[in-house]
Design a protein around this ligand. Structure first.
Ligand code: NDP
Length: 316
């Protein structure tokens, strides 16, 4: 049994574009970063197909490949990547003092500086029939699970870019996609709206919400309700995709870091500094505004530079 906690100079929690970019910069600055990947190594981009808006890929790139490349780039400069999860933290208030961290429930670590890049996770509607049928036809990732519904009729909930992108993806696999948008318009970019509306096997239903997911063990149908008229309608589907946004993965930092009302970590001014000295936050865990891979990567770079300056200022 180990008695001494392991000492880590730079601990990076999370392995999306923010975490790996922080790791690239930290490794090149000799900060000996250790990345704990979390439950979803590579982060949200591993559940995306084509990424067309990350600069430097004129032909686009698929999300999982891009994340493998980011990991390799971080490792090339000496980053240690561990498949595991940070389960609790005890951040120090005193500048220069290490932070206590527990990995995988029992492994004790102390870190001179901590970079949080834990990202965000998909939200669900929260109604009982949806929760009961998660894994039985209800999914929050069309790219992961769409294949299982080849040639079948499905529905998707949401009106943002994710829902529009996933509806378009599903339309190529499934015979019909019913898209439920709760308002009278989508939040998605105009380009995405036009794309969705031009695809013949996508049926967009505005002002419409899920009343109940039908089926005992697996999804067999959906009862929808029109928010304006109260009218209900049942359709037969085998898969229901939820694409209504994300929640930041910051629960383990509650009570230690200043956050907004929904859990996004608050950073100071134009920096990635949190309210604890030596603890920095980047990517979707602290950004509810932009939430792009490229902005996450940018803030990951900032966090590594902020951490480097912090370490230099507190060197004994
Ligand atoms: P958004 O927060 O942008 O959109 C969420 C959507 O879900 C909205 O239409 C919202 O409706 C709806 N919604 C929320 N809660 C419910 C509910 N309980 N019932 C029904 N509908 C609900 O999330 P996204 O995941 O779509 O996008 C997140 C960010 O990522 C955005 O900035 C987006 O632009 C970006 N993105 C960019 C892509 C690209 O450029 N290729 C691809 C995917 C995402 P309402 O409008 O009524 O609130």
């Amino acid at each position: 049994m180990s008695t001494q906690p392991e000492h880590i100079k730079t601990l990076i929690i999370g392995s999306g574009p923010a975490g790996y970019t922080a790791a690239i910069y930290a490794a090149r600055a000799d900060m000996r970063p250790v990345v704990y990947t979390g439950m979803e190594p590579g982060g949200q981009l591993t559940t995306t197909t084509e990424v067309d808006n990350f600069p430097g890929y004129p032909e686009g790139v698929d999300g999982p490949s891009m994340m493998v490349q980011l990991q390799q780039q971080a490792e090339r400069f000496g980053t240690e990547v561990r498949i595991g999860q940070i389960t609790s933290v005890e951040f120090n208030e005193i500048p220069g003092q290490p932070h206590k961290v527990v990995a995988d429930g029992s492994k004790e670590l102390v870190a001179d500086t901590v970079i949080i890049s834990t990202g965000a996770s998909a939200k669900y509607l929260g109604i009982p029939s949806e929760q009961r049928l998660r894994g039985g036809g209800v999914s929050a990732c069309a790219v992961c699970d769409g294949f299982f519904y080849k040639g079948q009729e499905v529905a998707i909930v949401g009106g943002g870019d994710t829902a529009a992108e996933e509806a378009s993806y599903l339309s190529k696999i499934c015979s019909k996609v019913t898209m439920l948008v709760r308002k009278d318009q989508m939040r998605a970019s105009k380009a995405m709206q036009h794309r969705v509306e031009s695809i013949p096997n996508i049926d967009v239903r505005y002002n419409t919400e899920v009343d109940e997911v039908l089926g005992d063990q697996v999804v067999e149908g959906l009862r929808m309700v029109n928010r304006l008229t109260g009218e209900k309608e049942e359709i037969a589907i085998t898969g229901l995709f939820i694409a209504i946004g994300h929640k930041p993965n910051t629960d383990i930092f509650k009570g230690q870091l200043v956050m907004d009302e929904v859990g996004y970590i608050q950073t100071q001014g134009k920096t990635t500094k949190t309210n604890k000295p030596g603890v920095f936050a980047c990517g979707d865990a602290q950004d509810k505004e932009y939430r792009q891979a490229i902005t996450a990567a940018g803030t990951g770079c900032m966090a590594a530079l902020d951490a480097e300056r912090y370490l230099a200022a507190n060197e004994s």
